[in-house]
Design a protein around this ligand. Structure first.
Ligand SMILES: NC(=O)c1ccc[n+]([C@@H]2O[C@H](COP(=O)([O-])OP(=O)(O)OC[C@H]3O[C@@H](n4cnc5c(N)ncnc54)[C@H](OP(=O)(O)O)[C@@H]3O)[C@@H](O)[C@H]2O)c1
Length: 244
C-alpha cells in the first residue's frame, strides 16, 4: 500500500523555487514522487533547482510575478495541478517611522499581490484539480512580531487571511488551503539580515527561537505533508514551525 505521504502522480507548482525554502520544497517533493513545475526570476538558479530534482518530466518557467502578463504567461503553460506552494517573498526591516508608500507598495506587490494574482489566474483557468492542496509560506512573526517588521508582517497577516477565505470558497471542491509559519531558517534571507544588521542580531534570533534556527528541510518536510493526502482533512490552518 502507498504511504499517505507519497506524492507520486501529483503535479505541483512551486513559486520562489530558485532559492531557499521554495528550492528545498521542490527537491523534497520530487523525492516523494511529485512532478514539479518550478518558477522564479533567476534562470541560473532555477536551472540549478531543476537539475537537483529527482525523476523526470519536471519543468522550469521563468516569471517575474510582479507583472500580470508574466503571471498569465506562466499559467498558460501549466498542466492540471494537484497543488501549489507559494514561497515567493522578500524580507523588509524598516522601522515604522521610516515607512513610505514606495516601501509599502513594494512589500505588498511581492509578498501579497503576486501570490493572490497568480492564485486568481490559476482558479479562473481551472488549473486546480479536485482534492488539490494550496500552501502559503507565512511567518511566525504574525504571532511573535519583531521590531522593524511592520510591512513584512502585515503582508504575511494579509496572506493568512486570504488563505482562510480561499479555504472556505474551495472546500466544496475538496481543495485545501493552509499556511506555514516558520521561525527563522538558514536561507539567503537570513544571510541578508546578517549582512544588513550584524551577526549579533542573528545570534540573538537563534537564542530566542525555542528550537534554534531551522534548516530548509524542516520547512520542506511540512510542505510535503500539506501537499500529501496525509493532510486531506486539514484546511484553513496556520502551522507554526520552530517554536514560539
Ligand atoms: N528564511 C526564513 O527564515 C523564512 C522564515 C519565515 C518565512 N519565510 C518566507 O518563506 C518564503 C521563502 O523565503 P526564502 O528564505 O526561501 O527566501 P529567498 O531564498 O530569498 O527566496 C525568495 C524567492 O522569491 C523569489 N522572488 C522574489 N521576488 C520575486 C518576483 N518579483 N517574482 C518572482 N519570484 C520572486 C526569488 O526568486 P529569484 O531569486 O529568482 O528572483 C526566490 O526564489 C518567503 O515568503 C519568506 O517570507 C522565510
Amino acid at each position: 500500500m502507498n504511504s499517505p505521504f507519497d506524492l507520486t502522480g501529483k503535479t505541483i507548482l512551486i513559486t520562489g523555487a530558485s532559492s531557499g525554502l521554495g528550492q528545498q520544497a521542490a527537491i523534497s517533493s520530487s523525492m516523494q514522487g511529485a512532478t514539479l513545475i518550478i518558477t522564479g526570476r533567476d534562470k541560473t538558479r532555477l536551472d540549478e533547482t531543476l537539475k537537483r530534482l529527482k525523476g523526470d518530466n519536471h519543468k522550469a518557467i521563468i516569471a517575474d510575478l510582479c507583472y500580470e502578463e508574466q503571471i498569465n504567461n506562466l499559467v498558460d503553460q501549466l498542466p492540471k495541478l494537484n497543488g501549489v506552494v507559494y514561497s515567493v517573498g522578500i524580507s523588509d526591516l524598516t522601522p515604522a517611522q521610516f515607512l513610505n508608500s514606495e516601501i509599502i507598495n513594494k512589500n505588498y506587490k511581492i509578498n501579497f499581490e503576486a501570490s493572490v494574482l497568480l492564485s486568481t489566474r490559476i482558479l479562473r483557468k481551472k488549473r486546480l484539480l479536485k482534492g488539490s492542496s494550496i500552501v502559503f509560506i507565512s511567518s511566525i512573526s504574525t504571532v511573535y512580531p519583531f521590531a522593524g517588521g511592520a510591512m513584512y508582517i502585515s503582508t504575511k497577516a494579509a496572506l493568512e487571511a486570504y488563505s482562510r477565505v480561499l479555504a472556505l470558497e474551495l472546500a466544496p471542491k475538496k481543495i485545501r488551503s493552509n499556511c506555514l509559519r516558520p521561525a527563522f531558517v538558514k536561507t539567503h534571507m537570513l544571510d541578508e539580515t546578517a549582512e544588513n544588521y550584524s551577526r549579533a542580531v542573528v545570534d540573538k534570533i537563534e537564542e530566542q527561537q525555542l528550537l534554534g534556527l531551522g534548516e530548509p528541510e524542516d520547512v520542506a518536510n511540512a510542505i510535503v505533508f500539506f501537499l500529501s493526502d496525509a493532510s486531506k482533512w486539514i484546511t484553513a490552518t496556520n502551522l507554526i514551525l520552530g517554536g514560539g
